[in-house]
Ligand binder design. Structure first.
Ligand code: ADP
Ligand code: ZN
Ligand code: ZN
Length: 747
């Protein structure tokens, strides 16, 4: 033991062997400046590496001759505020990731590629300007122009001044030497929001809105809790978010607003900007790294009160958090698919608890899990059942595609959709067509009876595998031959499906050669700003029909859209996923909300081979509650979430044989562990090891172990014990292991 000042440092290398806290001595020269959360340079092995200080201690176990000293403090201030350290520790424990990966969530984007702060020169009238102007003598016309500009607006960038007045740098210099102006070097922030925005005023709130607002505000003054705001599309939820944000600001608190994917919800961001101006920062992945870094610094430097952003904005370094809003809280994009595999709602809940803030989950179609919690009294439930403008929700008609086939129509458009499109084009209105092709999975279904082929044990659609021409269950591993006839009706019209947006575009052009089409999917929106351009082009009326994937279902508001068509509602329904009914219900409800937003009524046509499926039928009636009642029964019966938790341990490696052995070893070990742990043995629902549905990615083979457990608190803490031991035990350079609690996908 040696006395002194020791810093616990986490090395900035993603290696499981380095996943611990190393003690370093703090040299005297740093002792008065060192702070928790600082980035430091330290000797490690033969080299110098970066790391983060997460503890400062009086003592260390390291013998003196082995102890090394911090070489350098990398920044004048801590990159991570001290109060986030407990949250970082929680992230590590909860998601079983290396500490450094938890830390990376909190540090500014771009810091690891050494992004530079931007500086600029700004001119001000000097404090003695009034006196000096009397005695300054004769000034050139350019100098006078500069002074005039500064008299109108004090504090202008020199660059801008020179361009606007036509003066040269020498005029600036002589004004400085005469003591009339001063020039300061200041940080500038790249502005990611280049679109013009008009300021807006809040409306007069209706009763439903007032109820929601006063509940959220009273919870804020009490300092915590979670609200589920269930409001139909157009019920005025965004106005509730803005009003409660304004109230938070009035209490001297700050706000984080999460949106699923900023480029998909530009209108929401714009509305916050127009209400709160420069006090809003925007954070999302489509910004350049420099823009993100600058927005982060604006937040860190206390220049903003509201952060609007995608998933990772939940880590924004605000100091006085009072309110977190998660808009469209049912969306999958809130879950990270990379380590740490967190869900933004879970982080938000923990952060709100630590900082006494209120969490609001807003959705027209809440996730089953959230609605279940609200029913159980874990969340406060607030409902907004009516559209603001008393507009009725659009009429939704289900079109039975089996009958189209019987009528001899093999086209991807039903006759009703065809004639509705024709009418829309003739009356110069607009239409949106949804073709939800998602993921890699293809399923096999019968075109006569509509049945998709399912696993007997899991009630999950089987997935077609080209390799071996077979059908596989992604949950239990069951394999089946490709059937020659439908097991349900014996028809031989049985086929695997893989229909995409491009095909819809081609077919549409065959029917309406002069139609002006716009397509919005991953292929057409990869360029930065492409999404915004497509929305603007469609909104301007230069196009008749917008075809797209689920991107078109979200948040768009076009008054001239009177027709929405869903080409194949079954695509989502047949995904190998216990949430496929829920996803289908959400998608149809969301896309239906795009029709009839203006003065003309809207029509929604949903094409399906399974017109009687409850998710389609109830979505067409806008009946969330009945859908919830039906779906929660299915979940109870098959023990799916919220009645269980699903844990996936994904293992991948280049060597297939080795991987299979490794997976089986892990399965055996895990079974043994569970058997020896009475809590887990009792809480276990199911366990097995299977090849992952996508068997190889980037030449790495993939297997997974799927564990289902019950939802009691003890079982969950049992799981954390298991996960910790498992990640320790199965550390390997050759086999990578990823743990996912309630994964979005088992592909
Ligand atoms: P949601 O977020 O639930 O879809 P919005 O907040 O976007 O609903 O509201 C839908 C439309 O109604 C918007 O154009 C919004 O400006 C308007 N609106 C919301 N609340 C009111 C109100 N109390 N009075 C008038 N218009 C409102
Ligand atoms: Zn059939
Ligand atoms: Zn199965």
């Amino acid at each position: 033991m040696v006395d002194g000042f020791y810093a616990g440092v986490v090395i900035d290398r993603s290696s499981s062997a380095l996943d611990r806290v190393f003690h370093y001595e703090v040299p005297d020269e740093f002792k008065d400046r060192v702070k928790l959360g600082m980035r430091v340079l330290v000797p490690f092995g033969q080299s110098m590496v970066q790391g983060y200080i997460i503890s400062l201690d009086e003592a260390t176990d390291i013998p003196e001759h082995k102890l090394k000293a911090i070489k350098k403090l990398m920044d004048p201030y801590p990159l991570i505020s001290e109060k986030f350290i407990p949250l970082i520790m929680w992230v590590k424990k909860e998601y079983h990731c290396p500490l450094i990966e938890a830390i990376h969530c909190f540090v500014p984007p771009g810091i690891r590629v050494n992004i530079k702060e931007k500086k600029q020169k700004v001119a001000y009238l000097s404090p003695e300007y009034a006196e000096k102007a009397e005695t300054a003598g004769k000034l050139s016309a350019n100098m006078k122009a500069i002074l005039q500009a500064l008299e109108q607006e004090d504090g202008l960038p020199v660059k801008e001044l020179l361009i606007n007045t036509g003066a040269s740098q020498s005029s600036i210099n002589s004004l400085v030497s005469k003591g009339l102006i001063t020039v300061e070097t200041e940080e500038t922030y790249r502005n990611p929001w280049q679109y013009e925005i008009d300021a807006t005023q809040p409306p007069v709130y209706n009763d439903e809105q007032n109820k929601a607002i006063s509940l959220i505000c009273s919870m804020m003054s009490k300092g915590g809790g979670t609200v589920l705001l269930h409001g139909v599309t157009g019920s005025g939820k965004t106005e509730v978010y803005m009003k409660t944000s304004a109230e938070a600001l009035a209490m001297d608190k700050q706000v984080i607003v999460l949106v699923p994917e900023i480029s998909l919800t530009p209108q929401t961001v714009g509305r916050f900007k127009s209400r709160f101006g420069d006090r809003v920062a925007v954070l999302h992945s489509r910004l350049s790294i420099g823009e993100r870094y600058d927005e982060w610094r604006r937040i860190y430097n206390n220049k903003v009160d509201i952060v609007v952003g995608a998933r990772s904005a939940i880590f924004a370094p605000l100091n006085r958090l009072g309110l977190v809003i998660i808009d469209e809280s049912h969306e999958d994009s809130y879950k990270s698919e990379k380590r740490p595999r967190y869900h933004a709602r879970e982080i938000a809940q923990m952060r709100c608890r630590l900082e006494n803030a209120v969490l609001v989950l807003g959705s027209a179609t809440p996730s089953l899990e959230d609605y279940h919690k609200a029913r159980q009294g874990e969340y406060h439930l607030v409902e907004m059942k009516h559209r603001v403008d008393k507009q009725i929700l659009p009429e939704v008609k289900i079109i039975d595609m089996r009958q189209e086939l019987a009528k001899g129509n093999r086209n991807i458009f039903s006759l009703s959709l065809y004639s509705a499109l024709k009418k829309t084009l003739e009356s110069q209105e607009q239409a949106i067509l949804l073709m939800n092709r998602r993921g890699y999975a293809q399923f096999v279904s019968c075109r006569s009876c509509g049945e998709a082929i399912k696993c007997d044990k899991c009630d999950i659609t089987l997935t077609y595998h080209k390799r071996g021409n077979k059908l596989v269950c992604h949950y239990c591993g069951l394999e089946r031959e490709y059937p020659k006839v439908c097991p349900n009706c014996k028809s031989s019209y049985i086929k695997h499906f893989g229909l995409g947006t491009q095909r819809v575009e081609e077919e549409l052009l065959k029917l309406f050669p002069s139609v002006r089409l716009l397509r919005m999917d991953l292929d057409t929106t990869s360029r930065k700003g492409a999404h915004h351009d497509i929305i603007e082009a469609f909104g301007s009326g230069r196009y008749d029909i917008l075809i797209g994937t689920q991107m078109v279902a979200k948040g768009l508001d076009f008054p001239n859209v009177t027709l929405v068509g869903v080409i194949a509602a079954d695509t989502a329904l047949s995904l190998p996923d216990y949430r496929s009914s829920e996803k289908t219900f959400q998608l149809i409800t969301q896309v239906a909300g795009r029709a009839g937003r203006g003065s003309k009524p809207g029509l929604v046509l949903v094409q399906t081979y399974q017109p009687d499926h409850y998710s389609i039928r109830l979505a067409s009636k806008h009946d969330y509650k009945e859908f919830y009642n039906r779906e929660i029964e299915v979940r109870r019966q098959f023990i799916y979430p919220p009645y269980s938790h699903i844990i996936r341990v994904l293992i991948s490696a280049a060597d297939e044989k080795g991987l299979i052995n490794y997976a089986n070893d892990m399965l055996e070990w895990t079974r043994g562990y569970i058997n020896r742990d009475p809590v887990l043995r009792k809480g276990l629902v199911d366990i097995g090891a299977y090849p992952a549905p996508i068997e190889r990615i980037n030449n790495k083979y993939r297997w997974h172990i799927i564990i289902k457990i019950d939802t009691s608190e003890e079982t969950i803490s049992g799981y954390h014990r298991l996960a910790e031991t498992l990640t320790e035990r199965f550390r390997s350079e050759d086999f990578s292991t990823a743990l996912d609690f309630n994964p979005l996908s088992l592909l």
